[in-house]
Write a protein of this length. Sequence first.
Length: 109
Amino acid sequence: MPDVVGLELGTAFRVAWEAGIVLAPPDPDGPSLRALTWPGQWTVTAQSLAPGSAMRYRGSLVVEFRPGAPSTATPGTPPPGDSGGEESGDREPRQPRPSPGALGAERQE
């Protein structure tokens, strides 16, 4: 049994298939896992059996998932594309702010 928690769902499908296992959604009577997670990127958050457990060939491993890509950021680092305000595209307010009424004076001209 591989550990698929934390993997992107497409990668988890591939890892499980190579180990002889099929991923399944929590509700056996509901839609398939592919139907529940299409379109978009999803991350596996839990699996029903512990890594290393024995399972029959092509048995179903129930997984839970959430929308979004796996988190690979280390604590204290800015997210991808954010350099902490050092480049263009930064959406933080600029300092100093305009004095009250300054923008109104520009509209009257």
